[in-house]
Design a protein around this ligand. Sequence first.
Ligand code: ZN
Length: 89
Amino acid sequence: MKGIKLKEKCPIDGKIAFLEGKDNTYFFCAYHYFAYHNLKDGYHLWNEKLEKKLSWEEYLDTILKLKDKSDNLVGEWVKDVISFLLKKQ
Ligand SMILES: [Zn+2]
């Protein structure tokens, strides 16, 4: 099937990454793929609601801090993805 990569490995845990990111930048396994896209969707929602816009990095940082306060708010998968994205910069 077009758009599905079988040979790519998730850069976070090395599992087979069978889903292709919308922007073709990252290839994640299913768990990290969904976490990544939840983050991106959340970023757009966040900036729609707030007067002070956050940069992508500021947003990731904020979400990571939320994680410290409440384990229920942000899952482990999301935390993995944020750590990965911040390391890449
Ligand atoms: Zn993964």
